[in-house]
Design a protein around this ligand. Structure first.
Ligand code: CA
Length: 225
C-alpha cells in the first residue's frame, strides 16, 4: 500500500449534503475537495487527477451531465453521479455518456462508500464495467441498459441473458448453456424459457429500434454479433 491518500472531488451545491459527504469521506481517510458549481468542478477535475468524482446532476454553472460529457473528452476518472428520485432520464444519460455508477438521493452513506471503494479499485485494475455494442450500452454494476441514450427497462433475467450474450459476442450459445448460465444448473424447467426471454428482449429492443440484435442460429442457439 502506498501512504498517499486517495482524492475525491465532491460536486454538490446543497451545503448540507456536501458537508455531510466531506465529513464522511474525511473520516474514511480520503483527501476531499468540494465544488458547488459545475464550471469550477470541471476546471478542478481537469486540472488534477482525482481518484474519483461524486457528481450531483442539478448544479449551477454547468449541470452534472455537461460536466461529465466534457470531462470524458479528456479523462476517464471514475464518476458516481447523484440524481434526485425522479431524474430517471439523467441517470440513463449519465451512464450513457460514461458515468461509472449512480446513486439516487437520498442515499445510504455506507452504500456510497462501498461503491466508491469498488470504483477506485476497479479503475486501478483498468476495468470499466460497461459493455458497449453499437448503440446498446449495458452497465453491469448499475444494471442499467440503454439504446442510443434511451433507457431499456429490463427484468433481472432479461438483463442477465442480454449480458451473457454480449459477453460472448460472436459466439453461438446453445439453449442449454444459456439456461445454465442465466437460470442456474438447478433450474427445473424447459429450455423453451430461453426462447421466451429472447422474445421479450426482441420486443423491448429489436422491435422498438428496428434492428436485429439477437440472431437465431437454427439448431444451434443464439448469438449477438
Ligand atoms: Ca443539486
Amino acid at each position: 500500500m502506498n501512504n498517499e491518500k486517495q482524492s475525491i472531488l465532491i460536486v454538490e451545491d446543497e451545503p448540507q449534503i456536501s458537508r455531510f459527504l466531506e465529513l464522511e469521506l474525511k473520516h474514511e481517510n480520503y483527501d476531499t475537495t468540494v465544488c458547488a458549481d459545475g464550471r469550477a468542478a470541471l476546471d478542478a477535475a481537469l486540472a488534477r487527477d482525482f481518484d474519483l468524482i461524486v457528481l450531483d446532476v442539478m448544479l449551477p454553472g454547468l449541470n452534472g451531465i455537461e460536466v461529465l460529457r466534457r470531462l470524458r473528452q479528456e479523462k476517464q476518472t471514475p464518476v458516481i453521479i447523484l440524481t434526485a428520485r425522479d431524474q430517471v432520464v439523467d441517470k440513463v444519460t449519465g451512464l450513457d455518456i460514461g458515468a461509472d455508477d449512480y446513486m439516487t438521493k437520498p442515499f445510504a452513506i455506507e452504500e456510497l462508500l462501498a461503491r466508491i471503494r469498488k470504483h477506485i479499485k476497479r479503475a486501478a485494475l483498468g476495468d470499466a464495467g460497461v459493455i458497449v455494442c453499437g448503440k446498446l450500452s449495458l452497465n453491469s454494476d448499475a444494471r442499467v441498459a440503454s439504446y442510443d441514450g434511451h433507457a431499456v427497462d429490463l427484468t433481472k433475467k432479461e438483463f442477465d441473458l442480454l449480458e451473457y450474450l454480449l459477453k460472448n459476442r460472436n459466439i453461438v450459445v446453445g439453449r442449454e448453456k444459456l439456461l445454465d448460465a442465466v437460470w442456474g444448473f438447478d433450474f427445473y424447467g424447459s429450455t423453451n424459457v430461453v426462447d421466451v426471454y429472447v422474445r421479450y428482449l426482441r420486443s423491448k429492443i429489436d422491435d422498438v429500434y428496428g434492428i436485429t440484435l439477437i440472431e437465431t442460429v437454427r439448431g444451434a442457439g443464439y448469438v449477438i454479433r
